[in-house]
Design a protein around this ligand. Structure first.
Ligand SMILES: [Zn+2]
Length: 690
């Protein structure tokens, strides 16, 4: 992803949007309190580590573990997601009994209970959506269409932090630091409007994609028919055709990641000049952005293309398109028939998941999306004690020291770049567990019995919260992830990192086991996130967060050449015989993995102070370190979900991320890896970025 900054491609659950379920999870033995070490039983010692390190570390587990029917994937991270969801559900039930009326915790309980109240939802039928459908039906001309599109704009994308480029609305808003002046916020506009995850799904000629398109067409028609709309099939054909045209104007995933091409400042007047066809005055007025003069247009071609389509395509088609998307967007909060239809396409067809998740699990996800920090406050208070926070902070400090030493030792880096790198490292703001200040939800109204209305109010609340940032000083304390998220993130324009409480738990981070295993798992994660501040994209942002390349030309050329070698290395991996990993699309993440692993390895050895470390279960400390790393990537995905990950995600599949150990000399020594083995790289071919 954006250089996708997120560590793990997990459950990107946009409120309405696609459930890009790409999570991993559980050891053959469940991650219970009984597990505090390498999962020896889950290894497959018949596989040579040098041939397939991922299967050497995880092979028995892979063979023995089915993917649960309600998941698109399963692995270590999914185990933690499931555990965390159960804990969150319990906390919500407790809040329902004890939280004072009007408190944020009470809103959490009401939001959850309303989503769980299926009988009210069934009784109401389509009624909660009728005003929105009537408003679309009443659109008389293109000015009113522009107004409708403007009023649907939401703060539902994120180009650099969580690297979420997807919105089902025609455009998405992201409010973040201006890349030219990081002391103030700017509004960024990103492309959107597709019902499927990426332009590839519309444009790729492969038979499988053609089949997916046919299934999408059928899904659109069935959704319209469920709402008792006439001529559903003909409408679906026109909606598909319109989405195809939108897709043709979209940038690729790789192009979306190129911040230097995306930082396009458009004044208000530029929209009429550069993107004629849409009544921008009406659009921006309806979006509450009429007084804004400076925008950053991340995808200029898509904005121009959209505006042209507004003018060229029949108004009736646009109205059908909006009707379908209103239904699709609202489906999770409508009666079961809509939920099932939506899942049939987005869950079964796109991700390959056989069964819809239990309602309570969806309710937890929805509540996390809606009131994330209010839930997170309850979670952190219960499950992230100060001593674990202190332990994690100590580990972060060790990683920063190790990273600093790496910078000092780089022979190819010019002194001036080195000095700036050290300054950037010193000003890195590392958040551990949860934010210093909690978000305030007092302006959000949660109404018992109105599930769809609650979801809509949450989106608007979030949108207005973002609009209010414009003109305000930048808040460097704001988090981009909730504490109950099993993931971690680098915020490049803030030069900040977030390590949520939920990723700082066993088996990633465990006070009851040898510290080397923590370094192999969480240490590598921390190193990964730190290194994003210094990777091909991190090189573009200086210590203040300004988009300003602070590297000398020679340094950057060297770094890019090494990066190109890593991209080539990943281009060779095939998730399927007909689908290779895109080394360029996943480059930043792959750089971060190599760097994170190297630095975690150094940091662990620093903790030994030259003393020998104990052999455990016949494994040397270096073997334990690398096995902990490879087991932290343990997961398996259903075929469609894995295809979606390869096509539209910035992360490589976990298996290949685990195998990146082949770039470290220490791994060869630890496992006696020899030339001729599948993962063997000659010393000169190993990629050494740091
Ligand atoms: Zn990352």
């Amino acid at each position: 992803m954006t250089a996708p900054r997120v560590l793990r491609a997990l459950l990107v659950t946009a409120l309405p949007a696609l459930v890009l379920t790409i999570a991993p999870a559980r050891s053959a033995r469940t991650a219970t309190a009984a597990d505090h070490g390498i999962d020896l039983a889950g290894m497959d010692r018949a596989v040579k580590p040098g041939d397939d390190f991922f299967r050497y570390a995880n092979g028995t587990w892979l063979k023995a573990t089915p993917i649960p029917p309600d998941r698109a994937s399963y692995g270590t991270a999914d185990v933690l997601v499931e555990l965390t969801d159960r804990r969150v559900a319990d906390l919500i039930h407790e809040a329902a009994r004890t939280a004072p009326a009007g408190s944020d915790a009470h809103k959490v309980a009401d939001y959850y209970a309303t989503f769980m109240d299926e009988s009210t939802i069934e009784k109401l039928g389509l009624k909660p959506l009728e005003p929105a459908l009537a408003a679309i039906a009443a659109i008389k001309d293109r000015r009113e269409l522009a107004r409708a599109l403007g009023s649907s704009l939401r703060a539902d994308v994120d180009a650099l932090n969580n690297t979420n480029y997807y919105t089902d609305h025609v455009l998405g808003l992201w409010v973040a630091q201006s890349l030219d002046d990081p002391t103030r916020y700017a509004p960024f506009l990103l492309q959107g409007g597709l019902g499927m995850p990426d332009r590839t799904y519309y444009l790729d000629g492969a038979a499988q994609m053609a089949q997916t398109r046919a299934q999408y067409h059928a899904h659109i028609a069935r959704m319209l028919a469920l709402a008792h709309l006439a001529n559903a099939d003909a409408k679906a054909a026109r909606i598909m055709d319109l989405e195809l045209r939108i897709a043709q104007s979209h940038e690729t995933r790789v192009a979306s990641e190129d911040v230097t091409k995306a930082n396009n400042h458009w004044s208000r007047d530029d929209f009429e000049k550069r993107a004629p066809g849409l009544d921008w005055a009406a659009f921006f007025a309806a979006a509450g952005l009429e007084s804004q003069n400076d925008f950053v247009v991340w995808h200029p071609g898509a904005v121009t293309g959209l505006a042209a389509l507004i003018a060229s395509q029949p108004l009736a088609t646009w109205k059908d398109y909006l009707t379908f998307h209103a239904l699709e967007h609202a489906a999770p909060y409508l009666p079961q028939a809509f939920v099932a239809e939506r899942f049939g396409f987005h869950g079964k067809t796109l991700a390959g998941t056989p069964e819809l998740r239990a309602r309570w699990k969806r309710a937890v996800s929805e509540t996390n999306d809606a009131l994330g920090e209010a839930v997170g406050k309850l979670y952190a208070e219960r499950y992230f004690p100060p001593e674990e926070k202190a332990r994690a902070q100590a580990m972060v400090s060790n990683l920063i020291v190790a990273f600093g030493r790496r910078i000092d030792q780089l022979s190819w880096m010019a002194p001036e770049t080195r000095a700036k790198a050290k300054a950037k490292l010193a000003s890195l703001k590392v958040g551990v567990g949860y934010p210093d200040h909690w978000r305030n939800y007092s302006g959000l109204e949660v109404v018992r019995g109105d599930a769809l209305g609650n979801a809509e109010r949450v989106e608007l609340f979030e949108y207005h919260r973002n609009l209010r940032k414009l003109g305000q000083p930048v808040d460097r304390d704001e988090w981009a992830m909730t504490p109950q998220t099993v993931d971690a993130v680098n915020l490049p324009a803030m030069n900040a990192l977030n390590f949520p409480a939920a990723i700082l738990q066993p088996p990633y981070f465990d006070p009851k086991r040898a510290v080397v295993l923590d370094y192999g798992a969480t240490g590598a994660t921390i190193g990964h996130e730190i290194s994003h501040s210094f990777d091909d994209q991190g090189a573009l942002f200086d210590a203040s967060g300004k988009l300003h390349n602070w590297w000398t030309q020679d340094d950057l050329a060297h770094f890019r050449a090494e990066g190109a070698r890593l991209a080539h290395e990943f281009d060779q991996y095939h998730a399927f015989p007909d689908l290779a990993v895109n080394g360029q699309q996943t480059l930043s993440e792959n750089i971060a993995d190599v760097a994170g692993l190297v630095v975690a390895y150094d940091a662990y050895h620093l903790t030994l102070h030259g003393q020998p470390a104990p052999v455990v279960d016949g494994l040397s400390v270096d073997q334990q370190f690398f096995l902990s790393y490879a087991q932290s990537w343990r997961d398996k995905l259903r075929e469609p979900a894995l295809r979606e990950l390869v096509i539209s995600d910035g992360h490589a599949p976990s298996e290949f991320r685990a195998d990146t150990v082949r770039n470290l000399d220490a791994w060869y020594a630890a496992f006696e890896v020899k030339p001729g083995e599948r993962l063997y790289l000659a010393p000169a071919d190993r990629v050494r970025l740091w």
